[in-house]
Write a protein that binds this ligand. Structure first.
Ligand SMILES: [Zn+2]
Length: 422
């Protein structure tokens, strides 16, 4: 018997291959300080996509670019009429990005495709890997796919200052036909994204897998506190309408609203503009921002109600006028219960510790989940750091996430049927 007898490849991710791809991708846009700069539409962004394209080709797969600049690889299933299972993430980064944010989800999807190709394992559903365009900035890729992308070119603020038309052309997209990137309801069965947590919850819990409950909604307000500017020396304390003192009460009220809520909402005053901002003048006006986030619209409603009540109370006691102006609102995107349960079961079957948690950052999955059943798998971020050179997730954790992604896709492939509510 020959010791060199071939061993049938097993349907499980290859850790060394995963690591090699992560490292090779991290070379693209590598900066001297260890961070990675692959801004959306930049030459480095294109280079990263070309590298992925070459790996797909080696695996016997081809990819196309849709009009919204999304790179889409597709592997047909045995029942080609079925809607596609879709996974993916982004390759673009912030200016000082890490090597895992976005890239992990793409390279894990590649590893899933490579495993299936190696084992010649055919799924029932087509399987697609998507590299979404410009996630860190305009999100034109995922919004183009869901049909939520604005048709007004002036609505896009791109990181290189070039028009969205020119930028899409850089990636092989086509602004004039942006609407064609929209996929119909029946084309996609479910969307799964593996991503680093970008927070410290999993590490604190010492859990390997996060089963994402959804992407939080957000409400942003501007609050104008109008008092009376006056001489800091000659104005007695009882006769002041000090806008900064009133604004300070708003800051505390916002903190207490979220901290005192039984759930896990977060609320932040991140900006204060004080006028005239001079040491010898009682502040006459303060403009501040309030940012509220939670998974539940009901909780956001309660926080907003509480905020408005507090503003009335502070107005009555301070003698200042407080005006609240809504800036924008993003609805929460809950994960699909079936997809969530599948991820949780696969993590347990593979022996990984796992727990549910919300995503407090934006992702491509947030947009995809507005149209199709969505699930996200988180793996730990060391010390909760992200968008920095210090971003780190161990190979074991990356491999665990990829294993759960593969198992979940296989499970959904067996379980999902068109025409039957999943
Ligand atoms: Zn990301």
């Amino acid at each position: 018997m020959s010791l060199a007898s071939p061993v049938a490849p097993r349907l499980q991710p290859n850790g060394l291959r995963l690591l090699a791809a992560l490292e090779a991708m991290a070379e693209v846009g590598a900066q001297p300080d260890g961070s990675i700069c692959r801004r959306g539409f930049s030459p480095e962004d294109r280079q990263g996509r070309e590298l992925l394209g070459s790996w797909l080709l080696q695996a016997g797969l081809t990819a196309r670019v849709d009009s919204a600049g999304n790179l889409i690889a597709r592997r047909e299933g045995s029942e080609p009429h079925l809607p596609a299972l879709v996974t993916g993430s982004h390759l673009d980064t912030v200016p000082t990005g890490g090597r895992y944010d976005g890239a992990l989800g793409v390279i894990a999807g590649l590893e899933v495709l490579r495993c299936l190709q190696d084992c010649e394992h055919q799924l029932r559903h087509p399987l697609e890997l998507v590299v979404f365009a410009d996630e860190e900035s305009t999100m034109v890729g995922c919004k183009g796919m869901t049909g939520a992308a604005s048709a007004d070119p002036d609505a896009y603020t791109t990181s290189n200052g070039e028009s969205i038309e020119r930028n899409l052309a850089h990636l092989g997209g086509d602004w004039a036909h942006l609407a064609e990137a929209r996929r119909s309801d029946g084309e996609i069965a479910a969307f799964l994204e593996l991503h680093v947590e970008q927070g410290g919850v999993l590490e604190q819990r010492q859990h390997t897998i996060g089963v994402v409950e959804g992407v939080v909604g957000q409400r942003r307000f501007t609050i104008r506190v109008q008092g009376q500017a006056n001489h800091a020396g000659t104005t007695p304390m009882h006769d002041r309408q000090d806008a900064l003192v009133a604004a300070s009460q708003v800051v505390l009220a916002v903190q207490q609203l979220a901290a005192g809520h039984p759930g896990q909402p977060v609320a932040t005053v991140g900006r204060l503009d004080v006028w005239p901002n001079a040491a010898n003048v009682v502040p006459g006006e303060v403009v501040l921002s309030v940012d509220l986030r939670d998974l539940s619209s009901a909780v956001l409603n309660a926080l907003e109600r509480g905020l408005r009540q507090q503003l009335q109370r502070i107005e009555a006691s301070s003698g200042c006028r407080l005006v609240i102006e809504p800036q924008f609102e993003v609805q929460p995107t809950p994960a699909d219960p079936t997809v969530m349960a599948t991820i949780a079961r696969c993590a347990a079957d593979l022996g990984y510790s796992a727990s549910p948690l919300p995503s407090r950052a934006s992702h491509d999955a947030q947009e995809m989940g507005r149209r199709w059943p969505m699930g996200m798998i988180f793996v730990p971020s060391h010390r909760g750091l992200s968008h920095s050179a210090a971003e780190f997730t161990s190979l074991e954790q990356c491999l665990a996430g990829t294993s759960v992604l593969l198992a979940s896709l296989l499970q959904l492939d067996r379980a999902l049927d068109p025409g039957r509510d999943p």
